[in-house]
Write a protein that binds this ligand. Structure first.
Ligand SMILES: Cc1cc2nc3c(=O)[nH]c(=O)nc-3n(C[C@H](O)[C@H](O)[C@H](O)COP(=O)(O)OP(=O)(O)OC[C@H]3O[C@@H](n4cnc5c(N)ncnc54)[C@H](O)[C@@H]3O)c2cc1C
Length: 284
């Protein structure tokens, strides 16, 4: 294995921004993705590394003004243990519980999952379905990026090289429901074959509104299935609607064949998961 790159561990955000602006440095949070990369087998080794572990601004999970605020360094174990997350965003807790196993959950962070931008990142469909917003910062200031605008292409994001993810902000509209499902080979240490989050607000006789169907592992980036959302918008979770939505989803997705699964399996399983979620929501 090659020598580890030099690492800076700033305590203050402005110092981290200066180091990033100087270029050629790669942030490291939990290291569960980066440490795999620094063997050099998966691309160039970073010249320097920027350790985020002393930046207190990136920590914490709280509830403020109707939104759940997750510091970029919130780990999966912290999310699982957080009473605020369990009460207000249990789908994220479920997603966190499926990631790797205990060791990865102790180290891996939500900011790392976003910046790594794997199409199989398990928290990403939940954040997409929840209309989450990412607060990022650098020497040029801070800005907010909706998760829906964050993933540009395979592992390409809207984050500039001199910016850090600071916080993930999840609005918590009254009456929204959000469900999560992951299909992998095993119950732990399994990269997803399909991962889905479904969100809606139930208006009773007026049907569902603000429906979100978000998926991972079925495209180059985490995606929303807009045609399927349109079928569900204004409708209710009846058997007929579920059939139509599942059929639309199977037609809408263009997954790939890869080592983990075939396109055909992914398409069929996605439709099946959606149907099951709608059946559970409808109680039939
Ligand atoms: C054995 C194993 C099992 C795994 N299982 C799963 C799984 O089931 N599901 C899943 O989704 N993932 C899984 N992963 C991947 C990984 O654990 C997650 O993506 C994790 O969230 C990465 O977070 P981290 O803090 O470790 O990121 P790091 O490795 O520290 O960083 C990842 C990337 O994000 C950048 N980065 C990190 N934090 C910031 C920030 N605040 N601002 C800007 N850039 C930043 C880094 O520069 C790097 O490019 C697994 C990994 C391993 C090794």
């Amino acid at each position: 294995m090659p020598a580890e790159p030099p690492i800076d561990s700033p305590r203050r955000l402005f110092e981290a921004y200066e180091l990033l602006a100087a270029g050629s440095t790669r942030p490291i949070a939990g290291g569960t993705d980066v440490m795999v990369a620094i063997t050099g087998e998966l691309g160039p080794i970073p010249e320097r590394m920027l350790d985020l572990s002393r930046l207190e601004e990136l920590r914490g999970i709280s509830l403020e003004q109707g939104a759940l605020l997750l510091g970029a360094r919130a780990t999966y174990t912290e999310i699982r243990r957080s009473t605020v997350c369990r009460e207000h965003l249990p789908a994220l807790v479920e997603a966190a519980a499926t990631i790797g196993a205990a060791q990865i959950q102790n180290r891996g962070t939500i900011g790392g999952n976003l910046a790594n931008a794997s199409p199989a990142g398990d928290t990403l469909p939940v954040l997409l379905a929840a209309d989450a917003v990412i607060l990022v910062g650098g020497q040029r200031g801070e800005r907010e990026i909706p998760v829906a605008d964050f993933f540009l292409d395979y592992r390409k994001t809207a984050l500039a090289p001199d910016e850090l993810i600071l916080q993930v902000q999840v609005p918590l509209p009254r009456g929204r429901s959000l469900r999560f499902r992951k299909v992998g080979t095993r119950r732990a240490q399994a990269i997803s074959k399909v991962v889905m989050a479904l969100a809606w607000q139930d208006l009773g006789s007026a049907g569902w509104k603000d429906v979100r169907v978000a998926l991972g592992s079925v495209a180059a980036t985490p995606i929303r299935a807009r045609a399927t959302e349109a079928v569900l918008e204004g409708a209710g979770p009846t058997p007929e609607v579920a059939d139509r939505a599942a059929e639309t989803l199977a037609g809408e997705l263009q997954p790939i064949d890869d080592v983990r699964s075939t396109a055909e399996y992914r398409r069929a399983v996605s439709a099946r998961i959606l149907h099951r979620l709608l059946r559970d929501a409808g109680g039939w």
